[in-house]
Design a protein around this ligand. Structure first.
Ligand SMILES: [Zn+2]
Length: 108
């Protein structure tokens, strides 16, 4: 298993080596960081009811009463949820162990 790419993105020669967090091309000296594949991997932006992008650590309020899956409790409209975690999928927002749909939340 290797993350080393096959060729230099600059001159396409294949003689490359690693130096710290970079690949270095032996032919032209071009340096580029590891993990280029991560660019674009986090493309999915989770947006709240107003289309505002949410990020982990944000505080949101609930904009409608929400039944909590697997629990008998209801999150009341106006409930403030601090330090959310943003993931992906249908219920992309996690707050206090509860998974919620981002469109029922509003960033504070
Ligand atoms: Zn090169």
């Amino acid at each position: 298993m290797s993350t080393q790419p096959d060729a230099c993105p600059q001159c396409t020669m294949t003689e490359i080596h690693r130096q710290g967090a970079y690949h270095v091309c032996d032919t032209c000296g071009y340096e580029w960081p590891f993990e280029r594949a991560e660019e674009g991997a986090g493309d999915e932006v989770v947006r709240d009811a107003n289309g505002v992008a949410l990020a982990s650590g944000d505080t949101v309020t609930v904009i409608k009463d929400l039944k909590v899956k697997g629990a008998s409790t209801v999150l009341k409209v106006g409930t403030k949820l601090k330090n959310i975690r943003v993931g992906s999928g249908d219920h992309a927002v996690e707050a206090g162990g509860v998974m919620l749909r981002a469109e029922f939340l509003r960033k504070v």
